[in-house]
Design a protein around this ligand. Structure first.
Ligand code: NAD
Ligand code: DAU
Length: 359
């Protein structure tokens, strides 16, 4: 049976996946409700991503509220004010390398912030009405740690996080589960593999490599480049979340993955060759930029997701072939040099002040 989703609170909607999720809902006609996007606008949040949504739907079906998920009173007022019935919780500190240098912010946002949001939901959603609500918590396959060849993460795989980022996400998953078990809060959780696509902040592997290739800068590959990640086009992640919101079973966890396991070095070679083709360069022209650098401490060797459960139970599947998705992503970055310049220079914060009227 499908749920009725009316007033959706998206946290972290100005970040990479949140932005794509909001676009996905407004692009497809199946969603008729409203979206309230709350975001603190850290370095990773960029409201410019949603300018078109704001122009078309702002004040009617789309609302932005600048807020920290740790601010109980403000979040509660938003819950009450917009009569929120569904939460899609993306907001997080998301970059592993940053978590190695400064773990505290990760605990503050990912653990305490998630706890705070769950508390607000618990206080606001009471009685019989609670049954009609849903708190969907977005998480990562990194909570499972690293896996050996031919082994895959299942929803039942024991958690074994290896970075401050994944430890903080693991903790937030446990809290979400506890709120379901102890307080009966209607919670679902998803653990997804590496996403790529438009609007990703260029600290992550795919956009960093694309932009460095275009600028002919070095391409820093950690360790021996043979670490494996499972790549999923961001819109396929969005469609999986939409399936869970509509049909997911309360209290359940769903793994989401691309089933595209690539060694990092293969991905970097692919991007070099693809951009070479598009720029009319020799096939190997950009490979000379590849530079093997010191490994990331605690670097997980391999992530590999088994996502049979969401496929079999909810009928989800990936639509985008990885090579096509990477090509679309390369073209998006090539076609949006102004976005890239502003994000890289940090100038977008000023741009927002000038061009975007905050409510
Ligand atoms: P992102 O870093 O691009 O965006 C995070 C957003 O959260 C930003 O807009 C930021 O301003 C906002 N934010 C941060 N702290 C906040 C706070 N205290 N209050 C309110 N807003 C705050 O991250 P992303 O890559 O879009 O990831 C979104 C979610 O998906 C995260 O929970 C992440 O753990 C999870 N995830 C990401 C991937 C991936 O490959 N990127 C894969 C699996 C799961
Ligand atoms: O698996 C899901 C996770 O994927 C998400 O939970 C995280 O939010 C997201 O950041 C991502 O984590 P990774 O650490 O896998 O992504 P990142 O893009 O940082 O790195 C991908 C791989 O590439 C990893 O093995 C490290 C390597 N790498 C990364 C960078 C930035 C390099 O070799 N060089 C680099 O410069």
């Amino acid at each position: 049976m499908k749920r009725r989703l009316k007033n959706i609170l998206v946290t972290g909607g100005a970040g990479f996946i949140g932005t794509n999720f909001i676009h996905y809902l407004f692009k497809n006609k199946f969603f008729e409700g409203i979206i309230v996007n709350i975001d603190k606008i850290t370095y990773a949040g960029n409201l410019e991503n949603l300018r078109d949504v704001e122009q078309r739907f702002g004040g009617e079906r789309y609302f932005f509220e600048k807020a920290d998920i740790n601010d109980f009173d403000k979040i509660k007022a938003i819950f009450d004010g917009y009569e929120i019935d569904t939460v899609v919780h993306f907001a997080a500190e998301s970059h592993v390398d940053r978590s190695l240098h400064g773990p505290k912010e990760f605990l503050h946002t990912n653990v305490m912030g998630t706890f705070n949001l769950l508390e607000v939901a618990r206080k606001c959603w009471t009685g019989e009405e609670k049954k009609k609500k849903l708190f969907h918590h977005i998480s990562t396959d990194e909570v499972y740690g690293s896996t050996k060849e031919m082994k895959y993460f299942l929803e039942s795989t024991a958690y074994q996080p290896n970075s401050p980022y994944s430890a903080s996400k693991a903790c937030s998953d446990h809290l979400a589960r506890v709120f379901y078990k102890t307080y009966g809060l209607p919670v679902t959780i998803s653990n997804c593999s590496n996403n790529y696509g438009p609007y990703q902040f260029p600290e992550k592997l795919v956009p960093l490599m694309i932009l460095n290739i275009l600028d002919e800068k070095i391409l820093p590959v950690y360790g021996d480049g043979k670490n494996v990640r499972d790549w999923l086009y961001v819109e396929d992640h969005c469609s999986a979340i939409w399936k869970i919101l509509n049909q997911g079973k309360i209290g359940e966890t769903y793994n989401i993955g691309g089933e595209n396991e690539w060694e990092n070095i293969r991905l970097v070679h692919f991007l070099c060759e693809k951009i070479g083709q598009l720029n009319g360069k020799d096939k190997d022209y950009y490979n000379k930029l590849i530079t093997f650098v010191k490994d990331r401490p605690g670097h997980d060797r391999r992530y590999a997701i088994n996502c049979d459960k969401i496929k079999q139970e909810l009928g989800w599947k990936q639509e985008v072939d990885v090579e096509e998705g990477l090509e679309m992503t390369v073209k998006w970055y090539m076609n949006n040099p102004e976005w890239v310049d502003r994000v890289k220079s940090g100038e977008y914060k000023n741009w927002i002040k000038k061009n975007y009227k905050m409510r």
